[in-house]
Design a protein around this ligand. Structure first.
Ligand SMILES: C[S@@+](CC[C@H](N)C(=O)[O-])C[C@H]1O[C@@H](n2cnc3c(N)ncnc32)[C@H](O)[C@@H]1O
Length: 291
């Protein structure tokens, strides 16, 4: 991408970044230009437009470099090092899955259920990534104990940082585990946003995702539901009686997963709910009495 000179004036630099991002087809060029420029200036995006300072040489070089990388489909969240999630901000590192808006819907459902759990209840987050779900749940009640597992050491380090920064490290225990392999306890609530993209669809995802996000966070096997099925099967022996399993799923996976879950055990409640775009997104099951 042709870069040209970055103007020193903050307002003009913002306009420059906006123009560059628009030209390369970034979907929300003004919003992204605002976020990148305020990151370089070190100010809140809401205050940037009123800022009448100048960018020094180093800041202009950095802005040019960030805009160039963004133009090459490098994810915004990796450039900034953070992403907003619900009412807080998570740090995110290259190699760790970037939390998505649809997962906020899962977190909200989990928070609503968490409010009904007994004192000191235990929650499990399978495939925690940045710790988005684990932290979101821990933040609503100080007495909840959350175990968060992942196979990725990078993800666990990022989740640790987020739990620490957001003041819930005393509630969140991080474990390296292949699904339930290192989990022996039972839980009142199990949440998971596992990889659920069919392997064959990964190369066709936008390059921003397929080139830069970790494959092991996306790849759900041939039909996309391999890990979901393993999780549903194992969850039954890790849920307390009356405990809830909340899974994020892909559109079109609902009917098959409902059928699969019904074959595994008797659920008191079992349903699929939709995200705000009207797509199948959340599988929710409440386990009946365990023997
Ligand atoms: C789609 S990401 C979700 C991350 C986070 N929960 C979120 O919603 O933003 C899936 C996560 O599951 C992890 N993962 C993949 N396979 C796993 C396995 N077998 N056991 C545990 N974690 C796994 C990945 O490393 C990744 O962090």
């Amino acid at each position: 991408m042709e870069q040209g000179n970055v103007p020193a004036c903050v307002a003009q630099a913002l306009r420059w970044a906006w123009g560059r991002l628009r030209r390369v087809g970034v979907e929300a060029p003004y919003r992204e230009a605002l976020l990148i420029t305020s990151h370089v200036v070190g100010t809140d995006p809401a205050e940037l437009v009123a800022k009448d300072g100048e960018l020094d040489r180093g800041a202009r070089d950095l802005l040019r470099e960030l805009v160039r990388k963004r133009g090459e489909n490098y994810p915004l969240a990796y450039l900034l090092g953070y992403v907003g999630f619900l009412d807080f901000v998570l740090c995110v590192r290259p190699g760790v899955f970037i939390p998505r808006p649809e997962t906020e819907g899962l977190a909200e459902r989990a928070r609503a259920l968490a409010a009904t759990l007994p004192l000191g209840a235990r929650v499990l987050d399978v495939g925690t990534g940045t710790g988005a779900l684990a932290v979101a749940i821990a933040l609503v009640r100080k007495d909840l104990r959350v175990v968060a597992v992942d196979t990725s050491e990078l993800a666990l380090r990022c989740a640790w940082e987020n739990a620490w920064r957001l003041g819930v490290l005393n509630q969140v225990e991080l474990r390296r585990s292949d699904l339930f392999q290192a989990v022996t306890e039972r839980f009142h609530l199990i949440v998971t946003n596992p990889p659920y993209v069919p392997s064959g669809e990964i190369p066709g995802l936008p390059p921003e995702i397929s080139w830069h996000e970790p494959g092991e966070a996306l790849d759900g096997g041939e039909g996309g539901t391999e890990l979901l099925q393993r999780i549903i099967r194992s969850a039954v022996s890790h849920l307390e009686s009356g405990g809830w399993l909340l899974c994020e799923i892909g559109h079109g996976q609902g009917a098959g997963l409902l059928r699969f879950a019904k074959g595994v055990t008797n659920w008191l409640e079992l349903r699929v709910e939709y995200d705000i775009d009207g797509r199948e997104r959340y599988l929710m099951g409440c386990l009946g009495p365990t023997i």
